[in-house]
Design a protein around this ligand. Structure first.
Ligand code: XMP
Length: 517
C-alpha cells in the first residue's frame, strides 16, 4: 500500500483515486502524520502532494525527517518536490514567473521513472511530455545525490531523481488528466519502483469487507437508515451479504421524495434483494413540522430533527440492535479530518444522520469509509444493485424540501413530483441523463398568467435545473438543446394541471448553488 501525505492540494484526492485505479490501496494522511501511524501503516511508497504554501519562509510546512529514513520510495509532486528539495539540502526560490496550465517538459537523461514514457520527440531526439503545471515556487538547486530528469523553459528543474534512494520529484502534476502520460508515470512509480501489485479490485474489497464485518458484528443486530441513495444502498447490500437477516433497514418516507421513489426502494431492497426493510410513512409528520416555515436553513434543521426523532422511535422498538451502520465514504472521512487539521477544504455541512449513535447508544459501523464514490459504485454493481440506482444523480437529504421554495405544502410537493418525473423521463429517453451530473425541477410558489385553450389561467411556475460537475463544488449549467427543452416544457404545461410556466436555470456554481435553497 501507498501513503499519500497531504499538503492541502486540491488534487490530493485525485492522486489517491489514480493510485486506487491502478489497483493499489492507498490512504491520505496529513503531512504531519504521527510517526506511530506512519510505522503502523508500513507503506511500500509515499507520495507527497502539492499544496498552496511556499517552502520559502519560517512557517513552511515540513516533513518529519523520519520520512526520508524509512527506506521506501518517495514521489514529491509540486510542493512535495520543493519540500523534498528544501529539506534534503537543495535550493528553492519564489519564482517571479508563475507557471499555470499546459506546458511541455523535456525529459533529461535516463531515469527509471520516465524511461520510454513520452508524448513527442524533438528533432534532436529528445523526449517531450505534455503536462499540467501549477506552481509559483521552483527548485533551483538539487540536493546531493539527485540529478535532473525533466525541465521546462521556466523551471529548469521540473523533475529530479535520486535513483539510489528511490526519491523522485516533479514540478508538474501527473495525477491530472491533462498530463497525458500521468497515469503511466504513477503506475511506473507504484508497480516498478515501489513493487506494489494490482490487488485492489471490487471482488477483493467485497471479500475483505465481509470478513471484517462478520468479525466485528458477531451475532449482533445492525440497524441502517436506508435513504435510497447510492451510499446507503451499497452499504445495505454489502451488510446483507455479510450478515443476512441480522441487518434491519429503516426507510423513512418523509413525503419529500420523488415520484414513485418509496415504492422503488421497497421493490429493490425488500422484494428483489430480500433485505429486511421497515418502511415508515411519516409524510404528515414532516409536513406538519414544516408548516409555515420559509427559511431554508430552518427547513433543513426541521427535516433533520424529525428524521432523527422518527428513526429513534423505531430503533427503540428494535431493542436488540447494538450497531448503527452508515454509508460514510472516504471523501466524508477526509473532509471531516480536514476540518480538524485545516488542510483540505471544508464543504458545506449536509444533513445526514450524524449524532445518532451517541443518542441511541449504538456502536457505529461504516463499511464504506475507505472507499471513493466510484469504488462504491463498482461495489454496488458487483453486489447486484440495479444500474439505475448505482448511477443515479445525487439527491439531497432534505429532498424536495429544498426544491420547493419557501413554505412546503403537500399540494406543491405533488405538483413538483409530476413535473420532475417528466423532466427525468425525457432526459433518459433522449440519452441526456448520464451526460449531466444532476438534474431536477424546482417549484416556485408564484403564479403567472397564461392562456390555455380559450381561457385565461393563473398558475404556478417550475424551473428546470441541469448541471455538469465533477465534484459538485463547482458546476456549469448543462447546455441542453432548445428542442429538448421545448419538448419538456410543453409536456409539463400540458400534463401537470396547476403549472403554466416553465423556465430553465442558466446560473453556474459559483456564484449560484446547485440547489435553489
Ligand atoms: P449545492 O446546492 O450546495 O449542492 O451546490 C451541492 C450538492 O450537494 C447536494 N446537497 C445536499 N445533499 N444534504 C445532502 O445530502 C443536503 O442538505 C444537501 N444540500 C445540497 C446537492 O444536491 C448537490 O448535489
Amino acid at each position: 500500500r501507498i501513503l499519500i501525505l497531504d499538503f492541502g492540494s486540491q488534487y490530493t484526492q485525485l492522486i489517491a483515486r489514480r493510485v486506487r485505479e491502478a489497483g493499489v490501496y492507498c490512504e491520505i494522511h496529513p503531512y504531519d502524520v504521527a510517526e506511530s501511524t506512519l510505522r503502523d501503516f508500513a507503506p511500500r511508497g509515499i507520495i507527497l502532494s502539492g499544496g498552496p504554501a511556499s517552502t520559502v519562509g519560517e512557517t513552511a510546512p515540513r516533513l518529519s525527517p523520519l520520512i526520508f529514513e524509512l527506506g521506501v520510495p518517495l514521489l514529491g509532486i509540486c510542493y512535495g518536490m520543493q519540500v523534498m528539495a528544501a529539506q534534503l539540502g537543495g535550493r528553492v526560490e519564489v519564482s517571479a514567473q508563475r507557471e499555470y496550465g499546459y506546458a511541455q517538459v523535456y525529459v533529461h537523461g535516463h531515469s527509471r521513472l520516465l524511461q520510454d514514457i513520452e508524448d513527442h520527440t524533438t528533432a534532436e531526439g529528445e523526449a517531450l511530455l505534455d503536462v499540467w503545471m501549477s506552481h509559483g515556487d521552483r527548485v533551483i538547486g538539487l540536493p546531493e545525490g539527485f540529478k535532473r530528469i525533466a525541465a521546462t523553459t521556466h523551471a529548469p528543474l521540473a523533475g529530479m531523481a535520486d535513483e539510489k534512494r528511490r526519491f523522485y520529484g516533479f514540478q508538474f502534476h501527473p495525477e491530472v488528466t491533462h498530463t497525458r502520460q500521468g497515469i503511466r508515470i504513477l503506475e511506473r512509480f507504484v508497480y516498478d519502483i515501489c513493487g506494489c501489485e494490482a490487488l485492489w479490485e471490487p471482488r477483493h474489497i467485497i471479500a475483505k469487507s465481509i470478513e471484517h464485518i462478520r468479525t466485528e458484528v458477531g451475532a449482533d443486530t445492525v440497524l441502517l437508515g436506508l435513504s435510497g441513495g447510492v451510499d446507503s444502498s451499497v452499504a445495505a447490500a454489502l451488510l446483507h451479504k455479510a450478515i443476512g437477516d441480522q441487518l434491519i433497514c429503516v426507510f423513512v418516507d418523509n413525503g419529500l421524495l420523488r415520484q414513485g421513489e418509496a415504492d422503488q426502494v421497497m421493490a429493490t431492497f425488500a422484494r428483489h434483494l430480500g433485505i429486511k426493510v421497515i418502511r415508515i410513512s411519516a409524510e404528515a409528520r414532516f409536513l406538519e413540522a414544516l408548516a409555515g416555515v420559509i427559511d431554508p436553513e430552518a427547513k433543513r434543521k426541521i427535516i433533520g430533527r424529525v428524521f432523527i426523532e422518527v428513526f429513534e422511535e423505531e430503533a427503540a422498538k428494535l431493542s436488540n440492535a447494538q450497531w448503527l451502520a452508515q454509508g460514510t465514504i472516504y471523501p466524508d472521512v477526509i473532509e471531516s479530518a480536514g476540518g480538524k487539521t485545516g488542510k483540505a477544504q471544508v464543504i458545506k455541512s449536509h444533513h445526514n444522520v450524524g449524532g445518532l449513535p451517541e443518542e441511541l447508544n449504538l456502536k457505529l459501523l461504516e463499511p464504506l469509509r475507505e472507499l471513493f464514490k466510484d469504488e462504491v459504485r463498482q461495489l454496488g454493481t458487483e453486489l447486484g444493485l440495479p444500474f439505475e440506482l448505482v448511477y443515479r444523480h445525487p439527491f439531497p437529504g432534505p429532498g424536495l424540501g429544498v426544491r420547493i421554495l419557501g413554505e412546503v405544502k403537500k399540494e406543491y410537493a405533488d405538483l413538483l413530483r409530476l413535473a420532475d418525473a417528466i423532466f427525468i423521463e425525457e432526459l433518459h429517453t433522449h440519452d441526456w441523463y448520464d451526460k449531466v451530473s444532476q438534474a431536477f425541477a424546482v417549484f416556485l410558489p408564484v403564479k403567472s398568467v397564461g392562456v390555455m385553450g380559450d381561457g385565461r389561467c393563473y398558475d404556478f411556475v417550475v424551473a428546470l435545473r441541469a448541471v455538469e460537475s465533477v465534484d459538485f463544488m463547482t458546476a456549469r449549467w448543462a447546455h441542453l438543446p432548445y428542442d429538448f427543452l421545448d419538448h419538456v416544457s410543453r409536456r409539463i404545461i400540458n400534463e401537470v394541471a396547476g403549472i403554466s410556466r416553465v423556465t430553465y436555470d442558466i446560473s453556474g456554481k459559483p456564484p449560484a448553488t446547485i440547489e435553489w435553497e
